[in-house]
Design a protein around this ligand. Structure first.
Ligand code: DQA
Length: 147
């Protein structure tokens, strides 16, 4: 089983960026931990981060043929990128949306996700543990356990 984890803009700065909101682990630390978690659960995880909308869209298109599922934290694109939403709606592999912070307890503009209607589900507010929860959920979905 192959799963792609996509992180959007500014998430390359995790660890330094507003640590009181996003925590002190770098994206490399998080990905290293996730890689091991994937191995322990029989899943090969690949990672992609970009600050550019078009690159994220290209990756989503490519992932439709090379992965069994996608986990995406679209960063601020969550709140306004119809192009990323349409890319997700155009593919057939299951997609889960993850946010480190609880977007509903923050500024009003973060309360709305244009991505949520086209994904299997959204996980937010559990820090980097949310990516692990998403891996568990994707395993269930891909194995066809009724989700
Ligand atoms: C985020 C929440 C977004 O509102 C924000 O723009 C981010 C990170 C999160 O993981 O909590 O860049 O997606």
């Amino acid at each position: 089983m192959n799963i792609l984890i996509i992180n959007g803009p500014n998430l390359n700065l995790l660890g330094k960026r507003e640590p009181h909101i996003y925590g002190t682990k770098s994206l490399e630390d998080i990905n290293e931990e996730l890689k091991k978690f994937g191995e322990d659960n029989g899943v090969k995880l690949d990672f992609f981060q970009s600050n550019h909308e078009g690159e994220i869209i290209d990756k989503i298109h490519q992932a439709d043929v090379s992965y069994n599922g996608i986990i995406i934290n679209p960063g601020a694109f969550t709140h306004y990128s119809y192009a990323i939403r349409d890319a997700i709606a155009s593919i057939s592999v299951p997609v889960i949306e993850v946010h480190l912070s609880n977007i509903f307890s923050r500024e009003d503009f973060r309360h709305h996700s244009v991505i949520s209607p086209v994904v299997k589900g959204q996980i937010c507010g559990f820090g980097s543990f949310g990516y692990k929860l998403a891996v568990y959920a994707l395993i269930e979905i891909i194995d066809g356990n009724g989700m």
